[in-house]
Design a binder for this molecule. Structure first.
Ligand code: ZN
Length: 204
């Protein structure tokens, strides 16, 4: 699980098969992902109040952008839109695929998500972020959380999240509050990550 997060966020994550279906590609757009230290990543996103066609287009574009990156989660602010919208698809391996290459697509959208009832138990995952490219670090978060949210039509839902979904939705929700996963690290570790990122950019 630890490795999978790394794989999905890293360049080597290209193993994720089943790229975007060309038949509907023309209807969607890849959006530029903003990266740290872009100050927009520190903005607190605003609740979505209008559930219209424009919102659905943005959500479709966010999924397209996330799959292309590739990633397993994306918050609207990462494409410069300060609205409380998250898209997540864990793309777990298909248990029926013996080669272990095929993944199951399960696209989920969470609008205006609210957390409650965090578990006392914590879990640790190696996290990465499309806005902090190619950097990874272990982050400790509550292992379970209850989430209330709205879908693209404004309908309300509630679900208890566990495992990688619990971690991923907490990581993405942080973006709505202007928080990055590196903020959860010690100052020393955070500086190390940012130094490595600066080196990577210099080399590029
Ligand atoms: Zn992120």
């Amino acid at each position: 699980m630890k490795g999978r997060w790394r794989k999905l966020y890293g360049r080597e994550g290209r193993w994720v098969d089943g790229g975007p279906a060309s038949s509907y590609l023309h209807a969607m757009a890849l959006l530029p992902i903003i990266e740290t230290p872009d100050p927009r990543l520190r903005v607190i996103s605003k609740p979505v109040e209008t559930f219209d066609a424009e919102l659905k287009t943005l959500i479709a574009d966010m999924f397209e952008t996330m799959y292309d990156a590739p990633g397993i989660g994306l918050a609207a602010i990462q494409v410069g839109v300060a609205k409380r919208i998250l898209v997540i698809d864990l793309q777990e391996p298909d248990p029926e695929d013996e080669e272990g290459k095929r993944v199951i697509r399960d696209p989920r959208v969470f609008i205006n998500p609210v957390f409650s009832d965090f578990s006392e138990e914590h879990s640790v995952y190696q996290e990465g972020c499309l806005s902090v490219p190619e950097q990874y670090a272990e982050v400790t978060r509550p292992a379970e959380v209850t989430v209330d949210w709205q879908d693209a039509d404004g309908r309300h839902h509630q679900e208890r999240m566990t495992g990688l979904m619990a971690t991923c939705i907490q990581h993405e929700h942080d973006h709505l509050e202007g928080i990055l996963f590196i903020d959860h690290l010690s100052r020393l570790k955070r500086e190390m990550v940012l130094k490595k990122l600066a080196k990577l950019r210099k080399a590029a």
